[in-house]
Write a protein of this length. Sequence first.
Length: 396
Amino acid sequence: MRVELIDAISAGKAGVARSEGARFLAVIVALCLGGCGTISRDDGAALRLSEAAALLPAGAQVLARQAPQDLALAERVPAQPPTESHAILALSGGGANGAYGAGVIVGWSQSGDRPHFDVVTGVSTGALAAPFAFLGPDWDDELQQVYTDGGTRGLVDWRSVAALASPSLFSSRTLRELLDHHISAEMLRQIAAEHAAGRRLLVVTTNLDAAQPVIWDMGVIATIGGEPGLLLFRRILLASASLPGIFPPVLLPGVSPAGVTVEEMHVDGGVNLPFLGVPEALPSPSAALRDGAQHVLFVIVNGQVTARYRATPGNLTGILSRSFDSWSNAALRTALAENAAYANSVGVSVFITTIPASVDASSLDFDPDTMRSLFELGRTSAVTGQVWSRVSAPVE
């Protein structure tokens, strides 16, 4: 059943998955040890020259520095709507909770109702799932393996602790190995082909040097081809999923305000954007849609937006954990409300799915059994058609 959520969103009645106290305490330890590990940057400058940056093709960064989002995305989103529905899929951050979104995508295919998306966007764990969702049901088995085969087991445990050698609590080695195994040259070849056909795959990172989000057109990256393209593609996904303090930042190619080729420091895209939703470049309702076509945005929230009351522990760990949850969820509520309001103004229907409030979920719980359970929850919900809730509808 589709339930109207706009009232709940407007009222701010939302919450996020509970973080485990012990793991949040580990983050505090990382902050204390942060001065022990560093990333070398030449001459003490914020930016340094990079030979790899010369490989960055024009248009790879959809939104960077002063470029307005609407002007940048206008070149990526088709100006004329297709004869069928123009569908956009946005995948949010959420760490281990990304298993839920992966399950939704796979179950959606099994239901027979999954659209052919014109645009797929991903942030953090959503960025990891986005390439598979973009390429369609043929890649569902691979997507399922990413979140359920146990490859994430060592992401945040003592075996990955690296605070003394890196400016983060954990090493990104396990995450890099996961990307190396699942992001293949064949995947990039197919993404490049879909990009040439007019579809768009967008991933968000946060540029710490510029202190703002960057939207990467991954189809452009895929067209580089060969080992350089594959390496850069994987590094962008790694950066988008690298939560500051948890995993180390990633140096990516870019151009400084002075026009100098540089390496920029990038981290989790969720620092600025919980998800990348309605592109401002979409045609207004005055642009006639042919044969009943419509614009639809589907948002998979890899978390929870209905708060459950519980007493906050009176210790430092409990207070910081609950405060972090409240802060991050406020950003999610704001993003949902802004997207819903904008969608109404341009004639876009918005539907979301979230992890039910009755389910215990933590973004840092990478236990394989827990992730399989979340995956199955998302899959069965999508198969039975009980997964989507309507947030807003086009103005008649």
